[in-house]
Structures are given as C-alpha cells and as structure tokens.
Write a protein that binds this ligand. Structure first.
Ligand SMILES: *Cc1c(COP(=O)(O)O)cnc(C)c1O
Length: 385
C-alpha cells in the first residue's frame, strides 16, 4: 500500500494537516460551525448575496422549470436559455463583445490557459497568482516565467528576452486572494503593448466590488480596451457558483471549441444560472453594497494597523494578518466566538502564515468592534503586540 498514513503523519507533526468542519447554516455574517455560533470573518460572500432571498427565489423558480441536473455538457444536451441570458448580461457588465460561463473559477483557468498557449508560447505569471492559474499553466506546456510579486522590472526583463516565442501571455490576479493587494494593471498594460503580449486577468476577488458599475479592477483602471481576456468568478461577491471569461467573439468561439474544461463537463444546474443572473442585476442596482463593503474594510484594516498588526499591502476587503502564531490565534478566536481560519503553506509562502480576514458588506459596526476587541485581547495574550 502507498504510505499515505506516513505522509499524513508528517503533515500533522508540522501542524499543516487540514480538516473539514461541519457547517449548519448559510454563509451569513453569523454561522454555526463545528457546533458553535460564530461571527464569520472568513467568507468570500463579500456582498451578502449568498443567502439573499431574491437569489433563492430565482433559483427555486428555475428548478421548477428545468429540474435539478442538466444531463450532459452544453454542446451535447443543449444550451439552456438561461446561459444565453447570463452570458449576454456578463458581456454587457464587463464591456466586452461576448462572455462564456465555466463551471468554476478553477476549471475556467485550466481551460482558458491550456487552450490559448502551448509549447511555442511563453507565459509571465505573478508569483502570488492563484493555484488554478498555476495548474492551467502546467497543463498548457508553455514556457513559464514567474515574476516576483508585482515586480514590473522583472516582468519587463522577461518580456525583453521573449521575441522567439509565438505568443506572449501575461497573467495576473487583479486583487490577490491571500494578500488583498492590487495588481499594477496600468503598468502591466503598458508593458504588454510595448512587447506585443496579451493579458489575462483573474477578477475573482474584484468582480462585484471595484469599478463604477462593480465589474472589477479593469473597469476601475479604465483598461477594458487593453486587456484581451477578463476572467472572474460568480462564486465570491456574486454569492453563487461558476465563472466567466469575457473577451471578443472569436476568442469566445475558440474556447467553446478548444477549452477542454468547458467541453468535457456537465453544465451547471439551471438554478445556479438563474441565481447568477439575479446577482448581477443586484450588484449593478445596489452600489451601496460595495460601498459599505469597502468602508467596512477600511475601518477594519485601519484599526488592525493601529493595534500594531501587519496587514501587508492590503487595500481591499481581504485583510491578512501575518503571524507565526496564526494557528493558535485562530483557535483562540474560535473560543471567543469568531471564525477565521489560519492560512498556512503551501497556500501561502513559507514563514507567512496568517489569519486571512475578510469583511462583508453585511457586517454591522457592532460586530466589527467585537471582533477587534477580541483580536486585541488575543494578540496581547500571545505577545504579538
Ligand atoms: C477562488 C479563486 C478561483 C477559483 O474560483 P472557484 O469558482 O472557487 O473555483 C480562481 N482564481 C482566484 C484568484 C480565486 O480566488
């Protein structure tokens, strides 16, 4: 037998073994997890849409009309009309010619990257990009250059030496999922232009939050014309499930024909599509949600800094607190009624274990004050401040 037990034992000894915790509620500001009622400080349900009644009603109506399962892939068993609606809404929202929905952000990155480039091509990827991007790159077999986090000189040096490759693709998260900082998109766009590269951005943590209409960081920076491929998810701020790529019509047609994670998988349940359509509508109609989210984030981040805690370069709703004692800190928070997982290697680099705090638009001032009070107490107990 493979000695899996031994490997698990090693993880356990290093304090790196992961466990699943039973959850008994929806993903609200308060949850019941591992049998305890807690304030939720680590959900990507940023706008509170994951348990919005209007989304639930849209999903239930779609179930009544289309049932639960979708039967097969979209190319095989038919393309539910809700897909057409969701994809045209997404294209309008993102300001692109067309959009295509994938089953998840993970599978979107796998299919997009592995179909766009191959051995003849080269990819430049930020060191802190999401794991799904790394896996897509490996699958593509393209030459892979990782540049240090947001290091534009290193990116340029790589681009300079890349003339022999057929295609140059730069890939970056727009909001980094574990650090909460923002990619230097205007500089990346300028370099791409200079060296004839195309850009793929991952807006998983920006969709629904940044930009005048909430469509993401590309909108915030006014770079829709410069960025060929805008990918994002419907599973975080939109509170649903699935992901999208927005691009020109030819690119979308190409993915339909070439992206294996699109072709060889059963399509999403209609209920999920109906909920996503409703979520996009609410995101655009209720800008106060994203304003409240960013106000909550600023308040919380500023307060943590005042306590003397290290929040890296976070500028968003994702607020890391880097501490060697992250696991023990998280355990004590749980005891105090606050749920916030410790994030450890390999999800983050060695020696950068952290609490990854995420605030929500629906957190009340009282809830945030309570959390800050407990964080202060525990930081003192552990000698962190
Ligand atoms: C969460 C995430 C994904 C994966 O999306 P899922 O829909 O959860 O599969 C991809 N990229 C980034 C940056 C993410 O944070």
């Amino acid at each position: 037998m493979f000695n899996l037990k031994e490997e698990l034992g090693n993880l356990e000894n290093k304090g790196l073994k992961r466990r699943l915790l039973p959850l008994e509620t929806s993903q609200g500001e308060e949850i019941v997890i591992a049998g305890k009622k807690c304030l939720n400080l680590c959900s990507n349900n940023y706008l509170g849409l994951a348990n919005d009644l209007r989304l639930e009603e849209a999903a239930i109506a779609a179930i009544k009309e289309y049932g639960i399962g979708s039967g097969a892939s979209r190319l095989v068993s038919g393309n539910v009309r809700l897909y057409e609606k969701l994809e045209s809404d997404l294209a309008h929202f993102k300001g692109s010619e067309a959009s295509l929905v994938f089953n998840s952000g993970y599978s979107a990155n796998l299919g997009i990257i592995s179909s766009l480039v191959n051995e003849k091509d080269i990819i430049f990827s930020d060191k802190l990009n999401h794991a799904s991007i790394i896996d897509g790159i490996i699958l593509s077999r393209a030459e892979f250059r990782r540049y240090a986090h947001k290091d534009m000189e290193m990116l340029e040096a790589g681009l300079k030496g890349s003339a022999g490759f057929r295609r140059r693709l730069i890939i970056t998260d727009t909001v980094f999922s574990m650090d909460g900082d923002i990619a230097p998109l205007p500089k990346i766009a300028a370099l791409a232009k200079k060296y004839q590269a195309e850009i793929l951005v991952d807006e998983a943590h920006a969709t629904g939050i940044f930009g005048a209409t909430g469509s993401g960081m590309v909108e915030h920076f006014g770079l829709k014309a410069e960025i060929a491929f805008q990918m994002g998810t419907l599973s975080k701020a939109a509170g649903c499930f699935g992901a999208y790529i927005s691009a020109d019509k030819d690119a979308i047609d190409y993915f339909i024909n070439r992206a294996r994670s699109f072709i060889y998988t059963t399509s999403l349940p209609a209920a999920v599509l109906a909920a996503s359509i409703k979520a996009l509508e609410i995101i655009q109609a209720e800008p106060q949600r994203r304003k409240k989210l960013l106000a909550n984030a600023k308040f919380f981040r500023d307060s943590l800094k005042k306590l003397g805690l290290d929040t890296l370069d976070s500028e968003t709703q994702i607020i890391p607190v880097v501490l060697a004692e992250a696991v023990e800190f998280s355990r004590r928070l749980f005891k105090a009624g606050i749920f916030c997982s410790a994030i450890r290697p390999p999800t983050v680099p060695q020696n950068s274990s952290r609490l990854r705090i995420t605030v929500m638009a629906t957190h009340t001032g009282e809830q945030l004050e309570f959390a800050l009070e407990k964080i202060k107490e525990i930081a003192k107990e552990l000698g962190v401040i």
